[in-house]
Design a protein around this ligand. Structure first.
Ligand SMILES: Nc1nc2c(ncn2[C@@H]2O[C@H](COP(=O)(O)OP(=O)(O)OP(=O)(O)O)[C@@H](O)[C@H]2O)c(=O)[nH]1
Ligand SMILES: [Mg+2]
Length: 269
């Protein structure tokens, strides 16, 4: 789909380098965004290696949907870990895959941009060793980070990798979800911002019981939303681009509560 183009040089390089690094590793973590677990899952990131799936940002996702998605991945033979921003460390350390890891284990952490790879690694390492940030594309090159899981007598290294985006063969349904959860910088879907905001608002209305009192027509909806938030242009009319941007931002910040944008019962609804 056009309008969602983003593939900077560091990503092309990272994709090539991943193959080399993966060959040296015994454990693989693929972070998915818990609000869109299927859309943010790219098995091709680790072709040939079966990753442990980590649901990042699960504090922002609907818990019952996360459970359904966890079972969906487990049915395909994946181990799944639901991370919470604050509470992940000790739980993850107690997982059996650490115990089973050979001494000096190396684990590669992959996922789309901005899903929370560096944040998770910092939590596990117990300090700010990897750079993190609220916009996609923060980590530019791979970096090994050493950690010692709770009391174990072996060294573990986690490889932080740059998020990689796959613009090829992007369907509309996947594109708006990837944009909504923040894996694509907004300047790379500027021309589609109204489309993303509309899909998001419609999904929230149909599946989450939100915006029941707001106008069903999206243009009217955005007008009302923009007016309420004071997002006006010089002449006093609602600035619809700013309103669409704010709508997406509100969702990303969790202002609508805990929401998951897809369901395993109707994955691409
Ligand atoms: N609410 C919530 N926010 C999170 C969580 N994990 C990470 N974040 C936030 O998500 C943003 C991205 O986190 P990073 O760790 O930099 O993401 P990344 O996957 O390393 O991103 P790139 O390096 O750009 O590929 C930051 O603003 C984090 O604070 C989480 O579990 N919950
Ligand atoms: Mg990072």
């Amino acid at each position: 789909m056009t309008g969602f183009q983003w593939f900077p040089g560091h990503m092309a390089r990272a994709r090539r380098e991943l193959k080399t690094y993966a060959a040296k590793a015994q454990l693989f973590f693929h972070l998915v965004d818990a609000r869109a677990p299927q859309s943010t899952f790219y098995p091709e990131l680790l072709a040939g290696h079966k990753p442990i799936i980590v649901f990042a940002k699960s504090d922002l996702a609907e818990p019952a949907e996360s459970d359904r998605w966890r079972h969906w991945f487990q049915r395909q033979g994946y181990s799944v870990f639901l991370s919470q921003k604050e509470a992940s460390l000790n739980k993850l350390r107690r997982e059996p895959f650490w115990e089973n890891a050979i001494p000096s284990a190396k684990a590669v952490v992959v996922g789309l941009p901005n899903v929370g790879k560096s944040t998770l690694i910092n939590q596990l390492a117990g300090g700010k060793k990897a750079r993190t940030g609220a916009v996609p594309g923060i980590t530019r090159g791979p970096q090994w980070i050493k950690l010692q899981p709770g009391g174990a007598k072996k060294d573990l290294y986690l490889l932080d990798t740059p998020g990689i985006f796959y613009p090829q063969n992007l369907t509309e349904e996947r594109a708006w979800r990837l944009a909504a959860v923040g894996t694509i910088p907004e300047k790379n879907f500027e021309s589609q911002i109204g489309f993303v905001a509309e899909k998001l608002a419609r999904y929230a209305r149909t599946h989450c019981g939100l915006f029941g009192d707001a106008p069903a027509d999206f243009t009217a909806f955005l007008e009302e939303f923009g007016k309420k938030r004071g997002l006006l242009s010089k002449g006093g009319a609602v600035n619809v681009e700013r309103a669409a941007h704010q709508l997406i931002l509100d969702f990303q910040k969790g202002k609508w509560g805990r929401i998951t944008l897809e369901s395993p019962d109707a994955p691409q609804d």
